[in-house]
Design a protein around this ligand. Sequence first.
Ligand code: ZN
Length: 131
Amino acid sequence: MDSDKKQCVYCGKSILGRIDKKFCDDYCRNSYNNQRRIGDSAEVKNIIGYLKINRNILESILVDGIEKVKIPKERLQQLGYHFKYHTHTYINWKGNVYTYSFEYGYVEMEGGWVLVVRDLGDSYLKGEKRE
Ligand SMILES: [Zn+2]
């Protein structure tokens, strides 16, 4: 007989049943494990750090609300940009691949140049199509 009131490690509700149970159900067990795994991982924290650095570098290039700036790719390297990491990519109708770190990104151009852009959402995409 288990008279001790056990509580779910994830949601804190009382658990009925076997004394060795730690969670009320699979949902709580999975939620707890997922949260813990991603929160504990030094690698995840490092990558998020790199993405933030990338974002801040691009933001520092697009000063005063400028939407696009063409710079040598070398410049990003000098500023410490981590080309290995990005949050997502976008391919426009011309087939150019934009590589983003959060809402800032860049697209490679000929001659070692890149165009740094800010993702303006739908209005930005419509603007692209009018070109
Ligand atoms: Zn629970």
